[in-house]
Structures are given as C-alpha cells and as structure tokens.
Design a protein around this ligand. Structure first.
Ligand code: DQA
Length: 151
C-alpha cells in the first residue's frame, strides 16, 4: 500500500533523452529513468506511488500541476527550457500547496548565461542541478524523508 504520491513531471524535449545531446544529458531514455524512479518509489519506506508525466506543451504542464500535482505529496519537476522564462509555470507552482523540487540533469550554471536564471526556483522548495539523472532519485528520497518525518 503506497503511503504517498509523487508527480514526476518533465517538460519540453526531455522525451528526447537518450538521443538528445548525450554528452550533456546522458544516454538513458526518459522511459528508463521514469521506470527506475517508479520502482524506487515502491522499494522504500514509506512506499511512494510515482506518477510520471512528460509534455512539450506549457498548458499541459500547467493542467498537470493543477490536477495530479495539487493532489500529490510532492512534485519532482524538470521544466526544461521553460525554467528560464515561463511565468505561467511559476504561477502554477506558486498556486498550489504541494512542494516542488526543481531538477536539472545538466549543471545549468556551467552553460550559456540564459540558463543561469530560473523563474521557478523562488517558488520551489529546492533545486538539484548538475547531478545527472541522480537528481530525480535524490529528490524522491528527500520527499520520502519528509513524509517519514510527518512534514
Ligand atoms: C535542463 C536544462 C535546461 O536549460 C534545458 O533547456 C533543458 C534541460 C536540464 O535538465 O539540464 O531542456 O532542464
């Protein structure tokens, strides 16, 4: 029996993981990563049900935050390039009580200057940047720890 629900939400172009710039994003596919996180959710205590959603569309991401995300205990969110300019996504995150961890596979601070700024970060509980796909796993374990603490 799951004791918590986590939304694993990935934004634009993350469906291309595996073939997209593998020197930056690695060679594993999004399906590989989602499968691992879903399995990891079930494996620990408290058990977590992970719902994985990816969309290239800002409106679909907003709808998902407002529905599945609002009902979840936490959201692991890689907003892709929307990170850097989507006030609409920031407002969606700010508009719900569910805590959000912003995850970036690459170290955005080592890259182009336009990637250094996140409009999501000020409304997120925290940020994990540059640790590759491990960032998703670390975010899941933080939510598990918070739930175990009763937070
Ligand atoms: C990314 C970083 C963004 O700047 C980029 O637009 C992405 C992926 C990352 O996971 O490193 O699509 O969010």
């Amino acid at each position: 029996m799951a004791h918590g629900t986590i939304l694993l939400l990935n934004g634009p172009n993350l469906n291309m993981l595996g073939t997209r710039e593998p020197e930056i994003y690695g060679s594993r596919t999004l399906a590989d990563i989602e499968g691992d996180i879903i399995a990891l959710g079930k494996a620990g205590s408290p058990e977590l049900e992970v719902v994985a959603v990816q969309s290239n569309h800002e409106g679909v991401l907003i709808d998902t935050i407002q529905t599945t995300g609002r009902q979840a205990d936490g959201i692991i969110f890689n907003p892709g390039a929307f990170t850097h300019y989507s006030i609409a996504l920031r407002d969606a995150v700010a508009g719900i009580a569910t805590p959000v961890i912003e995850v970036h596979i690459s170290n955005v601070h080592k890259r182009e200057e336009f990637r250094h700024h996140s409009v999501i970060a000020p409304v997120a509980a925290g940020q994990i940047v540059g640790l590759g796909e491990d960032g998703y796993r670390l975010a899941l374990e933080w939510f598990r720890t918070q739930l175990a603490r009763g937070v």
